[in-house]
Design a protein around this ligand. Structure first.
Ligand SMILES: Nc1ncnc2c1ncn2[C@@H]1O[C@H](COP(=O)(O)OP(=O)(O)OP(=O)(O)O)[C@@H](O)[C@H]1O
Length: 784
């Protein structure tokens, strides 16, 4: 009965939708089966979820099977015959030796890299020439050697396994099925919560867990609600932040959509330090630790040296790429490969999926464009002539300017290849123009932003059919594209391209969560190429970094002073970039600097695309120009010879900091970065404390300049200031550290309001105030 009522309600809804579609005339399109756009989308979403669930189940089974077979073979090799009682009970109690052996074998055997997590370091980084560091080192060359240093291969009685740090899945493997046993019983080690974490004995115990319970982490119940629906893009993200509707906690670092990712997003617990109780062994253990420390520090030195050299010895003409491409590269001044290009090209040309991490400004774009062009050449020579060529390479990136930049670089490389074309599909341009270009000169390489690409996919223009021939999918700034803001779009896109494809994911920063999520886009046997190196500096040593702490109300004055100082010191300065937190704050900063007669341009999502393109081109070509920008310019933009990057206010996260800073010091050049923060924003320094960033002493502010700034501020239109106030409030309200304490936030906003010369805080719409949790906070004006 209920079902029937439900079904008829759905039917009525469907009919309403259809009649709505009709009455709108020329409105939403209908899709095969008479489905409207949203039903079509929902259907695809469901399919994607289904697919991903299967994938996870499959992975889980494979993982368990592998562990079981490993353990079984170990036990067959080394175990004493079990007692009858043990045999009957279905499992044998594992000795401490078995645990240690299990661990060692698990992590040291060939193929074990699949079992590693990010805490263990990079899986396959570029081979490094490690200097010889003594005889003992040779024993450490291989994992087996390391074990040899421990008498009896490490199987000493009394060695206590690191129980507390082991995850349930490991125990299930250890207590796994033996021939002829059933049902399979799994065990979880229950830690005694009350005991200290670093104590050797945590007083925990094993508990049996049912098959059902064991399945739980992979089950549906763990799946959360999808992220923000609808089309997402960097531009929307920026305006959302201004409205304060995008919680910083919503950044994938703090909270990510679990809808289709199951446990991929889940942070794995860091493995606790090993705890040994056998005193006989401690000397030897210390010896090994010592050697490992020495070895890792000398490796780091080599890495640091290598990391700072941009170019490798290898030339492009020594590689297996088309002579026509080499000709174009040579005329563009590309003769030797950069390190990331050398490290990745061969693997990419072999058709492997890769996830690549390399510092900013080291030539990642060419690293993925070269294999992309080769893929097109290969596919076009082997296929018969088609009237409309399929899209063979799809490059996705987060911003429009970056898409244009990549397309421009690709165009340089295919200059001598007749019949290969590149086209961009990005927001901010007329959809119809895109379609016309797609029809008149269909290109094999498409560079797109996710939102506009989906618009084309959903349009019945044969675009999806063209995508069916896709050979290569490339994600530039992959970690950002896999972020919450883009994730849903990315999942939809991946659903519309063939499974049999090569995927290349590139970025300067790859968090461990992103590495997990990236598995959904990459084949299982993908290669992770990290030219930075685990634990090595993620920024360039040639870029001087410092931070200034000062109250918000002094920030405009300080920016002005920093710029003046820089301009006077670097006489032939080329360009300086000032990153602000939101589009409206960017606009206010731009207006102020312009009022103070500085040669500035502004760039943010609220500007029309034509303007953005013009400014981007001008900035690329110019010297002695200041670009005030929001995060639309933070990633990938290759403006040559930027001498200084100023970041005003804390960036969204560590990765944003690195990418913004990466606009300077490109191609191995020098650069400088200054982060300007308020005292309560100082907590952020903790996130980047491993970087060589130093606190600058408090600045002496010129009182005359202060008067000039105040004066200039008075000349700025109140609308700009009010928008900036709202943006300020929205942005900081979304920051967990401050947004929770609404009263303090409103007080700080009031001070900001005074500093920009507003008489009283501008009012908020009631709906916005409610959404921001500010409705009843003293000091908040509600619009009548
Ligand atoms: N082999 C090469 N020889 C000479 N110049 C190169 C070479 N490879 C890349 N470049 C130049 O280096 C600059 C930086 O390259 P690119 O923009 O690809 O860096 P990136 O690693 O993608 O940076 P980001 O992480 O900021 O996106 C560009 O101006 C590019 O033209």
């Amino acid at each position: 009965m209920y079902l029937h009522r439900n079904r008829s309600a759905t039917l009525t809804k469907l009919l309403c939708n259809i009649s709505f579609t009709r009455t709108m005339g020329g409105g939403p399109r209908t899709f095969p089966g008479g489905l409207n756009k949203w039903q079509w989308k929902r259907m695809h979403e469901k399919k994607a979820q289904e697919k991903e669930r299967k994938l996870l189940d499959q992975e889980k089974q494979l993982y368990q099977a592998r562990i079981r077979s490993q353990i079984r073979s170990k036990l067959d090799e080394h175990h004493q015959p079990m007692s009858n009682k043990e045999f009957r009970s279905g499992f044998a109690p594992l000795t401490a030796n078995d645990h240690v052996k299990g661990l060692a074998d698990r992590f040291m055997e060939e193929g074990a890299e699949d079992l590693w997590n990010e805490d263990d370091g990079s899986i396959k980084s570029t081979p490094l020439q490690t200097p010889s560091i003594g005889l003992r080192d040779r024993a450490l060359e291989s994992p087996v050697g390391l074990r040899k240093l421990i008498p009896n291969g490490g199987n000493r009685v009394g060695v206590k396994p690191e129980f507390g740090s082991l995850r349930p899945r490991y125990y299930s493997a250890l207590a796994g099925r033996r021939p002829g046993r059933e049902p399979m019983q799994k065990f979880r080690y229950r830690r005694n919560e009350s005991s200290s974490s670093d104590s050797d004995d945590d007083g925990g115990e094993f508990e049996a867990i049912s098959e059902e319970r064991y399945k739980k982490p992979y089950g549906n119940e763990n799946r959360g609600v999808r992220g923000k629906g609808g089309r997402s893009s960097f531009e929307e993200e920026e305006s959302d932040r201004e409205m304060g509707l995008r919680d910083r906690m919503g950044s994938p670092k703090k909270m990510m959509s679990r809808a289709t990712l199951g446990d991929y997003d889940k942070k794995k617990e860091r493995r606790a330090p090993k705890a040994f109780e056998d005193s006989d062994l401690s000397g030897e253990i210390e010896l090994i630790r010592d050697e490992l420390r020495k070895r890792s520090s000398s490796r780091d030195e080599v890495r640091r040296d290598e990391g700072e050299t941009l170019f490798s010895q290898k030339r492009f003409d020594e590689c297996n790429i088309s002579p026509l491409t080499i000709k174009a590269l040579t005329s563009a001044g590309y003769v030797r490969m950069t390190r990331v290009q050398e490290a990745t090209l061969r693997t990419c040309l072999h058709g492997m999926d890769v996830l690549v991490k390399a510092k900013t400004g080291t030539g990642k774009s060419a690293a993925f464009l070269l294999p992309a062009i080769e893929a097109v050449i290969k596919a076009t020579t082997s296929s018969v002539n088609q009237r409309v060529p399929p899209i063979l390479v799809l490059i996705l990136c987060p911003t429009r300017e970056l898409a244009s930049q990549i397309a421009a670089e690709a165009n340089v490389m295919i200059k001598h290849h007749d019949g290969i074309g590149v086209q961009t599909l990005t927001g901010g341009t007329r959809f119809k123009d895109d379609q016309r270009r797609l029809e008149s000169q269909p290109s094999q390489i498409i560079v797109a932003t996710p939102g506009r690409l989906l618009d084309h996919i959903e349009n019945k223009s044969g675009f999806s059919v063209r995508l069916m021939g896709l050979k290569m999918l490339i994600l530039d700034e992959a970690d950002h594209l896999l972020d919450l803001g883009f994730r849903k779009d990315m999942e939809e896109i991946v659903d519309c391209v063939p499974r049999q494809r090569q995927s290349l994911l590139f970025s300067a920063t790859i968090r461990k969560e992103v590495r997990r999520i990236s598995q959904l886009f990459l084949k299982r046997d993908h290669v992770f190429i990290d030219t930075v190196g685990f634990g090595a500096l993620e920024t360039h040593a040639k870029v001087k970094q410092s931070y200034v702490v000062a109250p918000h109300e002094q920030h405009f004055l300080i920016v002005h002073q920093l710029l003046k100082e820089h301009i006077s010191q670097v006489v032939d300065y080329k360009v300086v970039m000032v990153f602000c937190t939101t589009a409206m704050m960017t606009s206010l900063m731009f207006h102020l600097l312009r009022e103070m007669q500085m040669n500035t341009r502004e760039m943010h999502s609220r500007k029309p695309q034509m303007y953005r393109t013009r400014i981007s081109d001008e900035f690329r070509e110019s010297k002695r120009l200041i670009l005030v920008t929001s995060d639309v310019s933070a990633r990938g933009m290759d403006y040559p010879d930027v001498t200084l990057v100023i970041q005003v206010g804390i960036p969204t996260d560590r990765e944003h900091y690195i990418h913004r800073l990466g606009r300077t010091g490109r191609e191995g050049k020098n650069g400088e970065g200054i982060l300007l923060i308020a005292p309560w924003e100082e907590y952020f320094i903790d996130e980047i404390k491993d970087l060589p960033i130093k606190r600058s002493p408090a600045m002496n502010l010129d009182s005359n300049v202060k008067l000039k700034v105040d004066d200039a501020m008075l000349k700025i239109d109140n609308n700009v200031k009010e928008a900036a106030y709202h943006a300020w409030l929205g942005h900081y309200n979304s920051i967990r550290e401050i947004g929770r304490d609404k009263t303090t936030l409103v007080e700080l906003a009031k001070r900001f309001c005074d500093s920009i010369g507003l008489q009283k805080p501008p009012s908020l719409f009631k709906k916005t105030a409610v959404k921001m949790g500010l409705k009843n906070i003293p000091g908040i004006q509600i619009r009548k």
